[in-house]
Design a protein around this ligand. Sequence first.
Ligand code: SAH
Length: 235
Amino acid sequence: MENLINIVFCWVLGFGNLFSGPDKDFKTKRESMVKTQIENRGIKDKKVLGAMLKVERHEFVPLELRNYAYKDRPLPIGKGQTISQPYIVALMTELLELKGGEKVLEVGTGSGYQAAVLSQLAKNIYTIEIIPELAGGAERLLKNLGYENIKIKVGDGWLGWEDHAPFDAIIVTCAPGEMPLKLIEQLAENGRMVLPLGTGYQELKLIRKINGVIKIENIASVRFVPMIKKMGEKK
Ligand code: SAH
């Protein structure tokens, strides 16, 4: 069923030649993605650019969509969820200003791609996914690809991950309708959190905790899948 949805998705986009001529030159495509979609749009952090160059995005999309992995767009990953556009992954990652020693929380593991990018830039990554099948798939994939500093749990990211808090950085890759206060609580002093906020219209926000005071900055208007409360229910 998922495969069928993805195939229909490709046809809708006008990619009728889905199965013709497999293009294996993923490295070249990745280099071009980083140059044209990310660097040219103003992402400067060399380490972020390096991580985007290194992590093999095609491994994180469904097999039949591999040839579209480096396109300037989100892609379906099953269960009605999407892997974000590469530029958005890079932008959100850069906003976290990671130096290498941090403990990072991600809400919305999805394919595991964003977690893999973060794993190149910080010490420990904790990521929460509410859909068990996606969490299981990401866990297997990340293990097979050799990512060792990422821990995944199935659960409701709205509540954060108390056992490992506080986090130096938090990234939310699904959009809650309201500010997730538990996550703010679990943000370390001088920590940075990036999240899309809102139902319908969504704004990417950068939140900083400085001397216990929360500073909120609007970054861009974005479009993310909604944060799920229980299956089928939106936050
Ligand atoms: N970061 C992912 C893309 C995420 S799409 C990647 O790199 O592939 C958003 C994800 O958030 C989906 O997988 C969705 O199932 C998950 N999600 C939605 N609500 C959630 C919640 N309350 N807690 C944890 N994960 C949630």
